[in-house]
Design a protein around this ligand. Structure first.
Ligand code: PMP
Length: 293
């Protein structure tokens, strides 16, 4: 039988045997961290950066990952090879592990678990890329930095899930999230950019955005192509009156937003800057990262 191999705590197990204890704190409390990564034609895009973010998230939660950066890099590559995948979606999950039943105290749980899953990537509908998407500002605000900091890519995605619920109930794919000050943070799982007055602007991560690897790549590429890129506060007014708005993320890559809260953005279709950046991004993803060899 064809079966995917999943790396679990030092061994490779078949997909159907990849089971986690009901006492794992990732399950009980969302107590863990994760990464979503893509491999393109034998190149794991920005693997080092993803692993860096994984360690930063874990460090901030006092989860001590029992592997080095290089070991995790090798495990990801090996898992892809074992599954004969050179183009894939990769999920790294680290939970604090199985603790003392329902005891919340993290210090009585010192056995973090590492799981690496690799799968064929299911591309988004081409309609999103051809026509762009419509989004709506949702009532749920982004977690404040002094609660569960949005820069931590933790297993607790409830803030984002509430946003997704609100967006979907309103008939939209995604929602625009404001922070508690009313400035734009990001969308459910993507960073946001606007193009206005010859400037490409994205919110600083301190305003409630994850430090997206795609976001950082787009900033670098745009600067390389001579764009004036700024991290700055963005209001809803700025979004409504922008020439272009687009979102970035590992799964979606770059998707144009053509309507926000009923306001048409620019010409109401994917704009030339997003299109240019996306074309260059697609060339870049097969080059920058770790080779599956
Ligand atoms: N924001 C959130 C909340 C996310 O979950 C993601 C996806 N990881 C992003 C932004 C985009 O980040 P990246 O480009 O690293 O996928």
């Amino acid at each position: 039988m064809m079966s995917d191999w999943i790396f679990m705590n030092g061994t490779y197990v078949h997909r159907e045997d990849a089971k986690v204890s009901v006492f794992d704190r990732g399950y009980l409390f969302g107590d863990g961290v994760f990464e979503g990564i893509r491999a393109y034609n034998g190149n794991v895009f920005k693997l080092k950066e993803h692993i860096g973010r994984l360690f930063d998230s874990a460090h901030s939660l006092l989860i001590s990952i029992p592997y080095t950066h290089d070991e995790i890099k090798n495990i990801v590559i090996e898992t892809l090879k074992k599954n004969h995948l050179d183009t894939a979606y990769i999920r790294i999950i680290v939970s604090r592990g199985v603790g003392d039943r329902y005891n919340l105290d993290p210090f009585v749980c010192m056995n973090p678990q590492l799981i690496v899953i690799t799968e064929k990537f299911n591309a988004f509908s081409s309609e999103f890329y051809d026509n762009g998407v419509e989004v709506l500002t949702v009532p749920t605000r982004r977690n404040r930095a002094d609660t569960l900091p949005p820069q931590v890519k933790s297993l607790n995605y409830l803030n984002n899930i509430l946003v997704k619920i609100e967006a979907k109930l309103a008939g939209m794919q995604d929602g625009l999230i404001l922070n508690t000050e009313g400035y734009v943070a990001e969308s459910t799982t993507q960073n946001l950019f606007i193009y206005k007055n010859d400037k490409l602007i994205t919110p600083p991560c301190s305003q409630g955005a994850l430090e997206g690897i795609t976001r950082n790549t787009v900033i670098d590429l745009a600067r390389e192509y001579g764009y004036n890129v700024e991290e700055g506060l963005i209001t809803r007014y700025d979004v409504y009156t922008a020439e272009e708005v687009f979102m970035t993320g590992t799964a979606a890559e770059i998707i144009s937003v053509v309507k926000v809260d009923g306001r048409v953005i620019g010409l109401g279709k994917p704009g030339k800057h997003a299109t240019k950046l996306f074309e260059n991004f697609k060339k870049y993803v097969v080059i920058e990262g770790e080779k599956i060899e």
